[in-house]
Design a protein around this ligand. Structure first.
Ligand SMILES: O=C(O)C1=C[C@@H](OP(=O)(O)O)[C@@H](O)[C@H](O)C1
Ligand SMILES: C=C(OP(=O)(O)O)C(=O)O
Length: 452
């Protein structure tokens, strides 16, 4: 396999069967942490120095939006004895944004459009937000309703309930907001992040209506708000209160952990095809819920070890099937659907309805592509059941402009012994640029004994 960068991706990549994986991967920065820190730094008082921000499409659209809004930031490289670090300096605007009018392209980044919509609605101005075609099919109505109910002026310029959006200055009377939690946790994250801007004179409470999904992402939000000096009072997962008079303050320097969802591909590779494979950048100390992916790999029989800032996985014979609820790790759970190909029985992934409203309808896409490999797949509104084939067939995998489809299905090239020895073709691999532009180079770095 040749190495690729995001800029030079071909129309497809052919992956020859990989007999053994081993090695160490330094992870790119966490997408969820990067985009939260960028917005918090822009809203804070003082300058924030961010080390190891993720460089990918999702963070580029956030950085571009901040620039268009008049936020001053600059980037430099710093070298320590072993590693080159990206360093960003963001000059906080103390709860204001200099440019009162802007047209913002948000790509397909949920972590950019949702929190920015809330921030712009609360701060006020004349803004339009739009993205790629799929972004215009991803719901945002629950967030818009929650904000408009307390005086925001957000309207739809396309389909009601979906971007593009037009935001104008509103008249806020926000002491108590409510938001539905069962479509995306990013709506609650967005409201939490702007709550201190609304809680100038009185406390602001946010009530969650119905079930809240993807809860560990709320923990990331609360953790980072604390790092920027704002405490949130929490009543279970039902209600969140910000007391008045709290302002975001720059923490000075802040470091971005490696991305735990990106870690899942390498750890699964170690669990499937030998190992050990080590990822550096996340470990025991991580604030990302997706590190709990390793508990699922352990249930499947893999051997896992962990330090403060690294995780290692290796195989321990054939994987066992798994039947579990994956609501807490929706992104990394896609990797389990592929690991299930290598298990000696049927696996069931439950409570994953949110897959249907992400980069593509991931339940449908996963079912279609797994079937190409010979798996028997049952698809429900909120679950996926995978029975592996005796031998994984070679196939041409479509990726639906979904980075995780491309990264997951690269793992179907593993363990040549279970394959017919043909190559696995991944169409449109450049979609990995959403969160991990160098993914295929990193994968090539742990792939050994390829049958060419
Ligand atoms: O808040 C976040 O950083 C994210 C929350 C999750 O979305 P949902 O809450 O929509 O499940 C996750 O899938 C997404 O990749 C990142
Ligand atoms: C769902 C995802 O992205 P987003 O942040 O755009 O929701 C993802 O990265 O898997």
């Amino acid at each position: 396999m040749t190495q690729h960068t995001a800029k030079h991706y071909p129309q497809h990549i052919d992956l020859h069967p990989v007999m053994h994986v081993q090695g160490t991967v330094r992870l790119p920065g966490s997408k969820s942490i990067s985009n939260r820190i960028l917005l918090l730094a822009a809203l804070a008082k003082g300058e924030t120095k961010i080390i190891d921000l993720l460089a990918s499409d999702d963070t580029l659209v956030m950085l571009g939006a901040l620039r268009a809004l008049g936020v001053d930031w600059r980037q430099e490289e710093q070298k320590d004895p072993h590693t080159l670090h990206q360093v960003h300096h963001v000059k906080g605007c103390g709860g204001e944004l200099p440019n009162k009018k802007a047209d913002l392209f948000m790509g397909n980044a949920g972590t950019a459009i949702r929190p920015l919509t809330a921030a712009l609605a609360v701060i006020g101005g004349d803004y339009t937000l739009h993205g790629v075609a799929r972004m215009h099919e991803r719901p945002i109505g629950d967030l818009v309703d929650a904000l408009n109910e307390v005086g925001a002026h957000i309207s739809y310029t396309g389909q009601p309930g979906f971007p593009p959006l037009h935001i104008r200055s509103g008249q806020f009377k926000a002491e108590r907001l409510s938001v539905r939690g069962n479509v995306s946790s990013q709506f609650l994250t967005a409201l939490l992040m702007v709550a201190p801007l609304m809680a100038r004179e009185h406390a602001v409470s946010i009530d969650v209506v119905g079930e809240l999904i993807s809860k560990p992402y709320i923990e990331i939000t609360l953790n980072l708000m604390r790092r920027f000096g704002v405490q949130v009072e929490q009543d279970g997962w039902q209600s969140f209160t910000v007391q008045p008079g709290q302002q975001y303050q720059s923490p000075g320097t802040i470091h971005v952990e490696g991305d735990a969802s990106s870690a899942s591909y390498f750890l699964a590779a170690g669990a499937i095809a030998g190992g050990p494979v080590r990822v550096e950048g996340v470990g025991r100390d991580s604030i990302q819920g997706d590190v709990r992916f390793v508990a699922a790999l352990e249930l499947m029989g893999a051997t896992i070890s962990m330090g403060d800032n690294w995780i290692e996985a290796s195989s321990n014979g054939k994987l066992k099937p798994i039947d579990a609820d994956f609501n807490h790790i929706p992104d990394a759970a896609m990797t389990i659907a592929i690991a299930a190909l290598y298990a000696d029985g049927t696996s069931t992934l439950r409570n994953i309805a949110s897959w249907r409203v992400k980069e593509t309808d991931r339940i449908a896409a996963m079912a279609t592509e797994l079937r190409k490999l010979g798996a028997e797949v049952e698809e429900g509104a909120d679950y996926l059941r995978v029975t592996p084939p005796a031998v994984i067939a070679a196939a041409t995998i479509d990726t639906y402009d979904d980075h995780r489809m491309a990264m997951c299905f690269s793992l179907a090239s593993l363990d040549g012994a279970a394959r017919r020895g043909n190559t696995m073709r991944i169409n449109d691999p450049k979609c990995v640029a959403k969160t991990f532009p160098d993914y295929f180079a990193a994968f090539a770095g742990i792939a050994h004994d390829q049958l060419i």
